[in-house]
Design a binder for this molecule. Sequence first.
Ligand SMILES: C[S@@+](CC[C@H](N)C(=O)[O-])C[C@H]1O[C@@H](n2cnc3c(N)ncnc32)[C@H](O)[C@@H]1O
Length: 226
Amino acid sequence: MTRHEEIRESYKTLGSIGGVYDGIVTRSTPLGKLMDSLIWGLDASLAAKWLDDALAPIPTDFAGSLLEVPVGTGVLTMPVYRKLPNAEITCLDYSADMMENAKKRADALGVSNAAFVQGDVGALPFRDESFDIVLSLNGFHAFPDKEAAFRETARVLKKGGIFCGCFYIKEEFRRTDWFVKHLYVPKGFFTPPFETKASLESRLRELYTEVSVHTVQAEGIFRCRK
Ligand SMILES: C[S@@+](CC[C@H](N)C(=O)[O-])C[C@H]1O[C@@H](n2cnc3c(N)ncnc32)[C@H](O)[C@@H]1O
């Protein structure tokens, strides 16, 4: 099985139990709270902070074009898109199973301005400079080909556009590093190599004119302008 296929299989299982995944990522269930606290060292306010920080670059009245990759089950972003009725949203994920949950959530919330595309971040099916914002939440620690993912997300962003989001950064919080190595990588949810804060900053500086990176425990939050 190729690395891409392994990842799709891992997220196929998660997609089929989307409610469990959503409870974990939003810490809205006892399991989610336990994992956030035990694995990520996050309490409710720190958990809210990383998400708020990652989404902060999206203006509250945004009316341009936005690509979200990977959308996963859409649990973190469909409530945001609901309040951006004039934006043109495109959601992409490699796992059709995860994205099926996102489509259902969009329908349930009345999000009618989002298109869903199954695809690979390493070969985005969009023209150069297509989007005003590219958003990526918790994706880069999962993507198998990081070089291609950084290159492609930069390619499809317009000059002056914003690339923002978050993902796991190593060497910031040792307990998370242990669980990533012994749980998330063997299960196929995360794929090494992982960035440090310094390596991420330097990689982003090669592609963008303005770069800011900070961490909340092991979550690295980035905001760049092309
Ligand atoms: C941890 S989930 C994050 C989903 C969502 N952004 C969130 O924060 O809840 C990681 C996602 O990356 C997707 N993924 C993994 N490899 C991918 C690739 N090469 N191209 C696009 N999506 C990919 C998986 O299918 C999965 O839905």
